[in-house]
Design a protein around this ligand. Structure first.
Ligand SMILES: [Zn+2]
Length: 109
């Protein structure tokens, strides 16, 4: 069972207390963007076998949205952080790099 720590209320929430919200850190494009950018925003997702960043809502708890970094292959959770951040915090990126040397995704390293 997936257990994620809510970064707002500090509860270790079981999967039944959470609602999945899809991929995190999707780049949104404003007016004047191309059709390809808008298409990617609507339809293109990573879906990796490995490290992934996801949006979750503590729906049966405090109700707030947060992000989680985890491995889709092993279900290992690297950390959770508030949804208002535009990229994963350095300590989470360092934790991933320590366990997955050579790992990189998008503009993160
Ligand atoms: Zn919470």
């Amino acid at each position: 069972m997936l257990i994620l720590n809510c970064p707002y209320c500090g509860v270790d929430a079981e999967e039944s207390e959470l609602s999945a919200g899809g991929e995190a850190h999707i780049k949104r494009h404003g007016p004047g963007s191309s059709e390809d950018e808008f298409h990617d925003y609507l339809f293109t997702r990573e879906n990796p076998k490995g490290v992934h960043f996801e949006r979750w809502r503590h729906s049966n708890g405090c109700g707030k949205w947060f992000h989680a970094a985890r491995c889709t292959n092993t279900l290992e959770v690297f950390g959770t952080y508030p949804a208002q951040t535009t990229e994963p915090p350095k300590q989470i990126r360092d934790a991933i790099t320590a366990k997955r040397p050579g790992w990189s995704w998008r503009e993160f390293s």
